[in-house]
Design a protein around this ligand. Structure first.
Ligand code: URA
Length: 242
């Protein structure tokens, strides 16, 4: 195979010696300041193991995917600006904290990206969520924009772009171009995905150097049908159908 070998690491808490810990494949590292890979914790690796397993049934696939989506959203929110906020506690003392500054919105790339909407809503009450439908044109086999519905004031918002599988990046590139054409500055776009391919990340980082990517895992590569390897198959089918 031409796909480079995946890195393995001992996984587990400190109560065991390193050499006694099980080894698991961890994310490929990516040296780019705008690519943020979730910490490869035992929890995350166990959740990914569940959703990658072809024998995992749909109910479990949804449950464990939702846990990873929650981690991605929480990490994504860490990349939004905050301002100082001092509050008084019930016992009359001051606590110097922060609060979020600025408005956000979600934008899901249909259909699979819609699976990430609830995770965003769970963290950001009444968040506005737009949608973009991009499909491969049968004749040209290039991605084509079929539909979009985005908040009118999207240019004033930080955008969390949602798509679970970042393979070639064809649809995501088109989605980002739609957002930029509506006035969203590249640096206010965060692309959240569960599994990314090194090819997709590389092409994105070159094309949109200011956009931030938050992913749970960078896999080994793509197969001849542009499925991510080892991946988890078709995310939309597993979340919605099978
Ligand atoms: N979309 C998926 O659902 N899975 C892949 O592996 C690639 C794209």
């Amino acid at each position: 195979s031409t796909v480079p070998e995946a890195p393995a690491a001992p996984i587990g808490p400190k109560y065991k010696e390193e050499e006694e810990k099980p080894h698991a494949t961890v994310s490929k590292p990516i040296k780019h300041s705008n690519v943020h890979i979730l910490p490869q914790t035992p929890q995350l690796i166990a959740l990914l193991t569940m959703i990658r397993d072809k024998s995992t049934v749909r109910g479990d696939f949804i449950f464990y995917s939702n846990r990873i989506i929650r981690l991605l959203v929480e990490e994504g929110l860490n990349h939004l600006p905050v301002i100082s906020s001092s509050v008084t506690t019930p016992i009359g003392h001051t606590y110097s904290g922060v609060k979020f500054e600025g408005k956000i919105c979600g934008v899901s790339i249909m259909r699979a990206g819609e699976a990430m909407e609830q995770g965003l809503r769970d963290c950001c009450r009444s968040v506005r969520i737009g949608k973009i439908l991009i499909q491969r044109d049968e004749e040209t086999s290039k991605p084509r924009l079929f539909y979009d519905k985005l908040p009118e004031d999207i240019a004033q918002r930080y955008c969390l772009l949602l798509d679970p599988m970042f393979a070639t990046g064809g649809s995501a590139t088109m989605a980002v171009e739609v957002l930029i054409s509506r006035g969203v500055p590249e640096e206010r776009i965060l692309f959240l995905n569960l599994i990314a391919s090194p090819e997709g990340i590389r092409s994105f980082a070159e094309r949109f150097p200011l956009l931030r990517i938050v992913t749970a895992f960078v896999d080994q590569g793509l197969d001849e049908k542009n499925y991510i390897i080892p991946g988890l198959g078709d995310f939309g089918d597993r979340f919605y159908c099978i």
